[in-house]
Design a protein around this ligand. Structure first.
Ligand code: PEP
Ligand code: MG
Length: 601
């Protein structure tokens, strides 16, 4: 077997540990019929499996509640209720009485229920399809006597490397940081929600391995290198040593860079760059604040909903936002309204539309459900009392949407006034530029928006028609494509003409090579992952604005993304010549290239 499995980098860090293979897929079931004499025995077998599944769910809920919290554990209570449903149990038992084997009977019922739920007009039912799939897997695994592999069962201190096809919300909430050292998935890319989440949780991760779950038996040991996107199976002692040396070197350099965390982010000629961080879960805010960033440029509120069975209420949202705002003590905190849908799963975790990226998501969904949106707007206005909160709207394509939000904000103000609540009304409202429509028509927003934030993950996806989460397209996801660069350039120009701040909050900004180009295009505000802050500061301080402008001009003049990358890489190395060899090492092809091809280890 190939020992070096190459995927895509998702979250940096090198870890070694036992492989924990998580095959969370519905097992194949062959039709099976039994004789009349065996019906009672099949019924008994089914009831034992049902009871075992209930006990297992109770255990999973209890452990998840301990390490993640009761809201996260609620998903398993819902599944327990579904499993207790009398009509579900009755249908399975009916099929068994018709002389079907227990697993065959259960499989038929689940397939039918999933079909029914998927087509249901009520979103509440469609959202439960993911839970039905979980139950389908769990009960069939028991009936077929397959191994029980809930990630929550990994004992603390195991240092396990979880290898799975994709991370569902119910698997994600089970991840216990004290048991899991690394994460490897067949699916996903550097900008998919799994990768974003792994970075926020600080779990080293490789995604897009395609067939790792098929190749591995689950008995192996492995070394995972998240920054390079490789998983080395059953490494030799020398290989482990080599990785550990690299890990130590990286840690030493990181510590050195972190020691300078409080120097301002500026270019070599003194041009100030405002470097903020992306915060995806409120719990990471205190650590993120220590990165030396100038505030939060993007808080992705939808991660609060991941794996949950319902939306958080106003008080819970207020507490979460206030926590982030307080952690950044007066620095700007840009909080984005729910960007649910697309690759960010809805409540319940099941995409309820055939084409979710072009569907009812983000600002569209919020505007169509003013009651749900109002809760978030009121929580935001209340949190604004504690600092410099700014509201950011995702997936905007038309200025009408901004005006509608302003009207809803006015309603929220009235409601809070009537209630006598403590809040602040004059909160800036910004627009995410993440569709070609918004970039081309950026000028139409300047009267109504207070700032722009370019979401390059989606801007690249929608401009190049490349699904950001599709591993087969990862090489075609090229932020340096001339069309993308021109859209960014236009947005910066329109923002400047309208007197608006224009920042970049997509993953592109976390990458030194790309940041070099963005600064050259006139970007003066970046929002990046907290771990990227020290190195970016170091590199920004080594390059003068003139070199960045020359790089942007060269990139714009290049006919293709590949050509642009080559010329920009050369210019960055020349411009940042005073970096130490170790720092320059971090600019090697794997690290500088945001979406690297398979790199040598
Ligand atoms: C983006 O699209 O670039 C962005 C920052 O938002 P998200 O990755 O959450 O879609
Ligand atoms: Mg986006």
């Amino acid at each position: 077997m190939e020992r070096v499995l190459r995927g895509l980098p998702a979250s940096g860090g090198i870890v070694a540990g036992p492989v924990y293979l998580l095959r969370w897929e519905v097992p194949e079931v062959a039709p099976r019929f039994v004789s009349d004499a065996d019906v009672e025995a099949e019924l008994a077998r089914w009831r034992r499996a049902l009871e075992a599944a209930r006990q297992r769910l109770a255990l999973v809920a209890e452990r998840t509640a301990q390490h993640a919290g009761p809201q996260e554990a609620a998903i398993f209570e819902v599944q327990q209720e579904m499993l207790a449903d009398r009509s579900l149990v009755g249908e399975v038992e009916g099929f068994i009485r018709d002389r079907r084997g227990a697993e065959h009977a259960f499989d038929l019922v689940m397939l039918e229920w999933k079909r029914r739920f998927e087509r249901a007009p009520q979103p509440m039912l469609r959202e439960r399809v993911g839970d039905l799939t979980d139950l389908h897997i769990r009960v069939l695994s028991l009936l077929l006597e397959l191994p029980d592999r809930d990630p929550v069962s990994v004992p603390k201190g195991t240092n396990a490397i979880i290898v799975t096809h994709d991370l569902t919300p119910s698997l994600t909430v089970q991840l216990d940081r004290e048991a899991i050292a690394g994460l490897a998935t067949d699916e996903g890319t550097s900008t998919s929600h799994v990768a974003i989440l792994a970075r926020s949780l600080g779990i080293p991760a490789v995604v897009g391995l395609r067939d790792a779950t098929a190749r591995l038996a689950g008995t192996e040991r492995a070394v995972l290198d998240g920054a390079r996107g490789v998983l080395v199976v059953n490494p030799s002692d020398e290989e482990v040593d080599a990785f550990l040396v690299r890990a130590q070197q990286a840690a030493a350099l990181e510590a050195e860079l972190r020691a300078q965390a409080n120097v301002p982010a500026q270019l070599a000629d003194g041009t100030r760059i405002v470097l903020r961080v992306n915060v995806d879960i409120p719990e990471e805010s205190e650590l993120a604040a220590e990165s030396g960033a100038d505030g939060v440029g993007l808080m992705r509120t939808e991660f609060m909903v991941l794996g949950r069975t319902g939306m958080p209420d106003e008080d819970e949202q207020y507490r979460a936002y206030a926590r982030v705002v307080r952690a950044f003590a007066g620095k700007p905190v840009v909080i984005r309204t729910f960007d649910i849908g697309g690759d960010k799963l809805p409540v319940g975790g099941f995409p309820t539309e055939p084409n979710p990226f072009l569907g009812w998501r983000a600002i569209r969904m919020c505007l169509d459900q003013p009651d749900l949106f109002g809760v978030q707007l009121r929580a935001l206005l209340r949190a604004a009392v504690h600092g410099d909160v700014r509201i950011l709207l995702p997936l905007v394509v038309s200025v009408d949407e901004v005006r509608e939000v302003r009207a809803l904000l006015a309603d929220a103000v009235r409601a809070l006034q009537q209630r006598g609540a403590d809040f602040r009304a004059n909160v800036p409202v910004g627009v995410m530029i993440e569709t070609p429509a918004a970039a081309v028509a950026a000028d139409t927003f300047v009267q109504d928006a207070d700032f722009f934030s370019i979401g390059t993950n989606d801007l690249v996806q929608y401009t190049l028609a490349v699904d950001r989460g599709n591993v087969n397209l990862a090489e075609r996801f090229t932020p340096l494509h001339p069309a993308v660069l021109r859209l960014i350039q236009r947005t910066v120009e329109m923002g400047a003409r309208g007197g608006l701040e224009t920042s970049v909050c997509g993953e592109m900004g976390s990458n030194p090579l790309m940041a070099f180009v963005l600064v050259g295009l006139g970007i003066r505000h970046l929002s990046v992952s907290p771990r990227a802050v020290p190195l970016l500061k170091r590199i920004l301080r080594a390059i003068p604005a003139s070199a960045a402008i020359a790089a942007a001009e060269a990139a714009l003049a290049a006919g293709t993304a590949g050509e642009a990358e080559r010329v920009v890489r050369r210019l960055l190395r020349a411009a940042a010549s005073d970096l130490s060899p170790a720092e320059l090492g971090l600019l090697g092809p794997d690290q500088v290239d945001m979406f690297p091809r398979a790199g040598a280890i």
